[in-house]
Write a new protein. Structure first.
Lengths: 423, 277
């Protein structure tokens, strides 16, 4: 361990056992007892478990003062890594060495109790995060000021608005003084102004006080603003570590995924009513593509198999810009021209497609996720794969000027000269 | 600020250490404070419930005991029952609350690291506060019955501690099982309900022992609460409460054995709680 290294992760692996077929591992004493009896009778049907490596052979080092982003898709092992680092769950193999006091913020307001006042919760939450009473005493006023809820400090937090709740919770966490701070995607809550304030605080803590931060987020813009280095994980494997911008670039261009189509031929779960089979991106001549030029039309096609004849099914598609987040979610029933609302869905494969509003979408990488539900009743299926594609911009006025433009969407809006005399 | 080097690896095993408790003293206090504040929030009688609950049991069982044993001195009989009943309730609260404490606080340790032993310990603090409030009943009954105090009273805290040890030992064992098998929350009340009738709560130890064959005596005294209650009565009322010093010692040994097993078992699985909760 060199002098400045504060965290050293070596061959870290975490295995979970998943139940698969056979008898389920029982969660009740009585069930275990019954399983025991059944096993005596029929030795072949032992509970079968499948090994699943949430993390496999991860190694990296973090130096003091580094702000390290952890990047990866859902299921890449980011949260598992943070949980092992913060000693919540032990690794299966490998080890971690770190120096100094570590605090983790995997959730804002851990341990907040609705019946207690803001004041009482500050002490409770602070002590859960590892602060001593005298530390909290000393910073109490600062915490209250940061959270902007002075007037309500003696009101039970169950009467707070959700914004106030999050502000108070983050304020406590922001005043921890650990050497290493671990933050999971907690900033997704709270309004933009408060998010900025929190990021500012984290930046300040790291640059001025030399603290080390490990940060997970799906928002690339936030990561590139806050983190000087990043680690990229994929399906539990370590892909690389380096300057954040180059890692984000690698992440966005993990080529083989960017195919504009995904199929799922696996057997449906027993009792499933509906299974999503395919998501494809189509261009103006109806061929599957991974890139669409915004001069032409673009479509998303979804195929799903109805396994149980019934009514009430709804299917949704979510379009997400990798950098700016979700752009929109659209549902089959939204614009109900075919009377799908009361339609009885016949068994078999159904295909639908939507036209993308190309005149609104900016250039960049997009992810499509799909799900099927019976609205307000149950989630029928969530498509296992994120479908990636990109939109190229060659026609919009912005493309012509070659300068960047902020914003998640890029509508071309006409400006009209007015004759208003009011200044 | 300590700059300890910490190593996390699969084989790392922790065990009970006073350092942990001292380091997380604020957490211990705050969790206990939370449980105590929340318990009586929005209850009209508030903290009075800490008195009413044991008082009811004492009245009912005191009456039964007086009727059955044809005792002449009702007040004295009530003090006897009260002393045993309060200690039993302390045991039963600690046992029950500790065995549920890990599950009911899983939202905490699945998000933040701290030594998990802090949770059952804070539960004990709350039970102790309730116990000390309910001691008021005992003091009042003591005055009414005109009992006098002996030097042995200084031993009373030891037997309160012994009661807590009993509840903690068993509670930790069941709390660990509870992480995987939620049946525990049904089993513990059954054990407690049954247990009260084989523990000298309503009657004295000799009342039970006189009525059973002598070969059963040692079995009866394997109950760790026999030692705690007899000892507590000895501290309050003087010498004749401890029936047989060997049986008494046996019971105390069982207490410590349970504590040892409870702690050992708890720490064996403590690190993996999150994966099974």
């Amino acid at each position: 361990m060199s002098k400045d290294t504060v965290i050293k992760v070596e061959n870290l692996s975490k295995q979970y056992l998943l139940n698969k077929g056979g008898l389920p591992k029982s969660d009740t004493l009585f069930g275990s007892f019954l399983n025991g009896l059944r096993n005596v009778k029929n030795i072949t049907s032992k509970p079968q478990t499948e090994e699943f490596w949430a993390l496999k052979d991860i190694s990296f080092e973090v130096e003091q003062g580094d702000r390290v982003g952890i990047i990866g898709r859902n299921g890449a092992g980011k949260s598992t890594l943070l949980k092992i680092l913060s000693r919540i769950t032990p690794p299966t193999k490998g080890k971690i060495e770190y120096t100094g006091r570590m605090a983790s913020l995997l959730e804002v307001g851990t341990g907040f109790h609705g019946d207690l006042s803001g004041r009482e919760n500050i002490y409770l939450n602070g002590s859960i995060l590892g602060m001593h009473k005298h530390e909290i005493d000393r910073k109490f006023d600062e915490i209250v000021a940061f959270s902007e809820i002075e007037k309500f400090i003696d009101t039970p937090v169950k009467r707070y608005s959700s914004g106030m709740y999050v502000r108070l919770a983050f304020a406590v966490a922001a005043h921890l003084e650990p050497d290493i701070l671990i933050v999971d995607e907690v900033l997704a809550v709270g309004d933009a102004a408060f998010q900025d304030k929190c990021l500012g605080k984290m930046n300040e803590v790291s640059t001025k006080e030399g603290r080390t931060i490990l940060f997970v987020s799906h928002q690339m813009a936030v990561l590139s603003a806050l983190c000087n280095k990043s680690v990229l994980l994929e399906k539990g494997q370590f892909v690389g570590m380096g300057p954040t911008d180059s890692i984000i670039n690698t992440y966005l261009h993990r080529g083989e995924k960017n195919t504009g189509q995904n199929y799922d031929d696996s057997a449906p779960v027993k009792g499933a009513k509906l299974k999503i089979r395919s998501v494809r991106v189509l261009n103006h001549v109806q061929t599957t593509v991974s890139e669409i030029n915004n001069a032409y039309k673009g479509f998303i096609e979804i195929g799903f198999e109805v396994l149980e004849k019934s009514r009430g099914y709804d299917v949704s598609l979510e379009l997400k810009h990798l950098q700016y987040g979700t752009i929109f979610t659209t549902c089959l029933k939204d614009k109900d021209t075919e009377g799908n609302d009361n339609k009885v869905w016949e068994k078999g494969l159904h295909k639908y497609s939507i036209e993308l509003p190309m005149d609104l979408l900016r250039e960049g990488e997009y992810i499509i996720s799909a799900a099927a539900t019976i609205p307000k009743v149950e989630v029928l299926d969530v498509f296992n794969y994120d479908t990636l594609f990109s939109i190229l911009d060659s026609t919009s006025p912005v493309a012509k000027t070659t300068e960047g433009r902020n914003g998640a969407i890029l509508p071309v809006i006409e400006w009209k000269k007015t004759d208003s005399v009011i200044i | 600020m300590n700059k300890d080097k910490i190593i996390i690896d699969p084989n790392l095993s922790s065990f009970f250490s006073w350092n942990d408790i001292i380091r997380y003293k604020s957490l211990l206090n705050n969790l206990a404070k939370r449980d105590f504040l929340v318990r009586y929030k929005q209850a009209f009688a508030g903290i009075m419930w800490a008195l009413i609950k044991p008082l009811m049991s004492i009245l009912v069982f005191g009456y039964i005991s007086t009727k059955i044993s044809n005792s002449e001195n009702t007040a004295t009989n009530f003090v006897y029952v009260a002393s045993a009943m309060l200690l039993w309730q302390l045991f039963s609260n600690v046992f029950n609350d500790v065995s549920n404490s890990i599950i009911s606080n899983s939202n905490l340790f699945s998000k933040v690291y701290f030594p998990k032993i802090i949770i059952p310990l804070s539960t004990i603090l709350v039970c102790l506060v309730d116990f000390f409030i309910s001691l008021i009943i005992l003091v009042v009954l003591f005055v009414i019955s005109g009992q006098s105090l002996h030097w042995q009273i200084i031993l009373a805290p030891l037997f309160i501690l012994l009661t807590v040890i009993n509840g903690l030992g068993l509670g930790l064992y069941f709390a660990t099982i509870n992480v995987k098998y939620r049946d525990v929350k049904f089993i513990v009340p059954v054990i407690l309900q049954f247990g009260m009738y084989i523990t000298p709560v309503i009657f004295n130890t000799n009342y039970y022992l006189d009525r059973m064959p002598s070969w059963l005596h040692w079995l009866f005294c394997l109950n760790p609460m026999v030692g705690a209650i007899d000892g507590f009565k000895y501290a309050l009322f003087g010498s004749d409460s401890i029936y047989n010093i060997y049986y008494f010692s046996l019971s105390v040994c069982v207490s410590f054995l349970f504590l040892f097993i409870g702690i050992k078992y708890f720490y064996k699985f403590e690190r993996n709680f999150v994966d099974y909760i």
